[in-house]
Design a protein around this ligand. Sequence first.
Ligand code: NAD
Ligand code: UDP
Length: 327
Amino acid sequence: MERILVCGGAGYIGSHMVRRLLDEGFDVTVFDSFETGHREAVPRGVEVFEGTLNDPGDVRRALKAKSFDAVFHFAARIQVGESVGHPSLYYGNNVAGTLNLLRAMVERGIGKFVFSSSAAVYGTPLEIPIREDHPLAPINPYGWTKRMVEQILADFWRAYGLASVSLRYFNACGADPQGRIGESHDPETHLIPNILKSALSKSPGPVTVFGDDYPTPDGTCVRDYVHVCDLAEAHLNALESIWNAPGARAYNLGNGLGFSVKEVLAAAERVLGMNIGYRVAPRREGDPAYLVADSTLAMRELHWRPRFASLEEILETALRWHRRPRY
Ligand code: NAD
Ligand code: UDP
């Protein structure tokens, strides 16, 4: 049985990964600081190391616990706006913290790594849909942290033979179809949970739409929404690809379909069967008009097929969680 360490396994995407790994029969250990993650998101019986990547001692202790075959790394600070105001926090946590992890892996001879990268490595896209050979030109510290780690991974492969796959997620969304876990960030900045939380609250208020003057068909930003369970699936494919052909590669993960903020609102109205009011606020700093993935490479080389392509279906899974959030 393969032993996997999931860093950030108490967070939104990491906790879905943990469930999937358990379903597939892997031996799973979680490493998390619980800064933004939730204890309740980790199933009972899973071994948990509470510690921070910022402390090399914590990382070494966790890696010594078992002879891990691979590390899946989800742990990061994830707010673009915050990264602009506190770059030190972001470079410290996402880059220096990851470096601590990678150094400890090299020390322990653990040679397989799957990294949560982001569409933020591309910055403002020159072409849509975005392919992996698009220039990497982040426009905020968060995006830079992802790009820097990808560079570190390329160098660690060449120098130490540490094999990796970086998965550049577009907009992660949805939840466990059984409603056991879901997205719960504080503060919540993401569109879909904000719409659902607002619609389900006792006194529903309008959803804030950041900008309706973008050069898109309805003036609101277009994004590629990809289900969290499809992201988890891609990690399993990535691990297999590292076994078969080790290297340091990066893949986009998106559905290849773009939905505007207003289209997401309309889909949520259909799923909820109610009208949702909105008010238009100024553009949010650093939001590109369009972000849509070309995931052909992941489909071809990782044999990845997203199962949740319909926005309604994605919203239904998210809604199941938001109706009865457990944390
Ligand atoms: P999240 O905040 O829900 O989860 C991150 C987890 O990492 C939390 O449990 C947190 O406690 C833990 N963590 C953070 N810093 C840590 C540290 N120094 N030491 C130990 N644990 C630490 O975030 P998420 O939405 O699940 O995102 C997971 C990953 O996916 C991140 O790397 C993020 O950058 C990337 N990503 C997310 C999205 C998205 O749409 N949510 C899109 C692209 C990329
Ligand atoms: N957005 C919005 N209102 C919100 C949250 C987000 O209009 O309450 C917009 C945001 O400006 C972006 C899109 O919805 O154009 C997706 O934002 P989200 O934060 O979900 O993901 P991001 O694209 O920033 O990763």
